[in-house]
Write a protein that binds this ligand. Structure first.
Ligand SMILES: Nc1ncnc2c1ncn2[C@@H]1O[C@H](COP(=O)(O)OP(=O)(O)OP(=O)(O)O)[C@@H](O)[C@H]1O
Ligand SMILES: [Mg+2]
Length: 457
């Protein structure tokens, strides 16, 4: 069964306007992680061969595109390259350049870009702003208050009970959130952020937030300022070790579809969460174009109901494709990806044909020893070709570089090994069969990706 998503009542919309036959395009992908490798890989699958560039890319993207020696956050450098080379589209991967206004700069130059403007990227860049928008739009989410004064924040804790969640307002690379099981932990987190400035300006304001009970999932919605198309749900694994133990990371693996979010839930998520936010932003003069990533908590029947009264609540919004969710969602997407991204950037999403393949996907992150704490780089990686040779496997590079003819580690998360299959078991087994062929000093990975889906059964 092929799932086709449609915007209005009409079933599958035929592309028209100048999207029928998508010409060869010059596309720049900004970023250097697994997400960007997956975006570049997916663009390279399009029937029309595009001229692909990555800034700065990694050893994986180098096989599909021309890597440019320009940093992902170098807004001026990217703008200068775009001015000279006039790409048809720039796809901005990570949140930092989005929050720095890269899309605004490119739009002012008449260069089309996929990703929100800086004002829209605040949906991720400021958790206080995101809450404000959600509350104004009537979107179900955890009750929260923001504080700049530590004593006032601590005084508010009893009203939330335990556990309670303390969040830095700004970007903190996935490390700015503490789920406190005790008052002491909550107070320590408040001290760290507001007094010790552990996250600098990002922690100058903190949220004290209601703990939401349930199971998490990620919904990536393509948005063109007005309309939205929800890509299939997925589930990340935030904790470093098996059994969801250890510190929070950027994500140790993902799979799609995730049974916690059923197809029946999708229309409600779109109508009650995604579109109200898009409309509220529009009311504030912000045309949100790009990915609106909703991190959701689904409370099972009998679970602790949130104060919102809803069984689905927003934990957070991100303003970009998730990583590692992208490495499982994009391989499931059929159709012309460049066309879909361009239709978003041009506010014509209703003309895009977004089709999800039957195949299921799972990805396993292979990380450097010590991650998410400190870790060594420059370790020689072996087994990449064998892994890529496993039928149904795709090896995405997250933190790698070429050095003296070898591929070496260059990050905490090094590789994201994706497996595809007609069912989740096969997808997971394929991912592990491929990941098992890869090694470097200190490499580690979780062995229980998708455990919640299998436990459920
Ligand atoms: N209100 C909440 N109730 C329960 N758990 C929560 C809550 N808020 C956050 N968490 C937990 O903390 C994790 C990180 O929180 P959140 O997603 O808001 O932060 P983030 O740093 O922006 O993460 P990311 O790197 O995914 O963007 C969540 O994935 C979830 O596991
Ligand atoms: Mg976030």
């Amino acid at each position: 069964m092929r799932l086709s998503y449609h915007i209005s009542g009409a079933h599958v919309l035929q592309p028209h306007g100048d999207y029928g036959i998508m010409a060869h395009m010059k596309i720049l992908v900004v970023g250097s992680g697994g997400r960007e490798h997956a975006i570049t890989w997916r663009l390279a699958q399009d029937e029309t061969k595009h001229e692909l560039y990555c800034a700065p890319g990694n050893a994986g993207t180098a096989a599909l595109a021309t890597n440019l020696a320009i940093g992902a956050e170098d807004v001026a450098g990217i703008a200068a390259w775009a001015g000279e080379n006039r790409p048809d589209l720039v796809v901005v991967g990570p949140e930092a350049p989005l929050c720095k206004g890269l899309v605004d700069v490119l739009s002012d130059m008449g260069v089309k870009a996929f990703g929100p403007c800086a004002a829209g990227a605040r949906m991720e860049g400021s958790k206080r702003f995101a809450k404000e928008v959600m509350n104004a739009a009537g979107v179900p989410t955890g009750k929260a208050q923001t504080f700049t004064d530590a004593d006032a924040a601590k005084a508010a804790l009893p009203a939330y009970g335990l556990p309670v969640v303390i969040k830095a307002d700004g970007l903190a690379a996935g490390k700015g959130v503490v789920v406190a099981e005790t008052t002491a932990q909550a107070e320590a987190a408040i001290e760290d952020m507001l007094v010790a400035s552990k996250f600098g300006a990002a922690g100058a304001e903190v949220l004290v937030e209601e703990f939401l009970d349930g199971e998490e999932c990620s919904i990536l919605a393509l948005v063109d300022g007005e309309n939205a198309v929800l890509l299939p749900g997925s589930q990340d694994h935030k904790r470093a070790f098996d059994g969801d133990k250890g510190p929070n990371t950027g994500g140790m693996g993902a799979y799609s579809p995730a049974p916690v979010v059923t197809p029946a839930m999708m229309p409600g998520i779109k109508e009650k969460i995604i579109l109200p936010v898009v409309r509220e932003l529009k009311k504030r003069g912000i045309e949100y174009r790009g990915v609106l990533y909703a991190g959701l908590m689904v409370t099972p029947p009998g679970g602790k109901t949130a104060l919102s009264g809803s069984s689905i609540n927003v934990v957070e919004f991100n303003a970009r494709f998730g990583d590692p969710e992208t490495e499982v969602v994009l391989p499931r997407l059929a159709g012309n990806f460049a066309k879909i991204l361009m239709s978003c950037a041009e506010g014509r999403l209703e003309e895009a044909d977004v089709v999800v393949k039957d195949e299921m996907a799972a990805t396993v992150i292979v990380a450097s020893g010590g991650y998410p704490g400190s870790y060594a780089k420059g370790k020689t990686i072996t087994g990449l070709a064998d892994a890529a040779g496993v039928p149904g496997a795709i090896v995405f590079h997250c933190g790698t570089k070429a050095q003296d003819g070898q591929i070496v580690t260059a990050g905490g998360r090094v590789l994201s090994v994706t497996g595809l299959g007609p069912d989740l078991r096969t997808a997971v087994d394929t991912a592990y069969a491929a990941a098992g062929k890869i090694s470097f000093d200190g490499a580690f990975r979780r062995s229980d990706i998708a455990h919640r889906a299998f436990d459920r059964r």
